[in-house]
Design a protein around this ligand. Sequence first.
Ligand SMILES: [Zn+2]
Length: 169
Amino acid sequence: MSEEKHYLYSPWRLDYILTEKDGSCFLCDHQNPEQDRDKLILYRSKHSFVIMNRYPYNNGHIMLCPYEHKCCLASLKDEVRQDLISMLAACEQAIKNVYQCDGINIGLNEGKAAGAGLDEHLHFHIVPRWFGDNSFMTVVASERVIPESFERSYDRISAELRSLLSERD
Ligand SMILES: [Zn+2]
């Protein structure tokens, strides 16, 4: 089975694309909030941020990660972990509200053996799923159709996150 087909059955397989060719960490490239739109950063909390996946498995495929360049949950401070879990719930709700999907994959790969391409900087994948999307993806294989533009996805998801999180505060 080709790599391309492989990831169609498992959204996390796409992880390898996160690794830049020069070896720098894509997820550490988040210093300037003025570039958030260009960098596809959807939302920033105190300890973490939400970013769109440039190579989505489905419309609305987003990722959540801590600012800190840490490989695993155990290496994070409690307050960072708590922030991540709280943000994970917000991401889940935002994706449900925006996409009215049938289900959601929430995944974390720790280590290359587990499918992490970028294994030094922890990141959760949040992927909306619809009945039948897997078989559809299988049929179209490498020519995956992602009908919604990034611009539109970005606007909808970031607005929903802001709305949800402002209600909580
Ligand atoms: Zn990093």
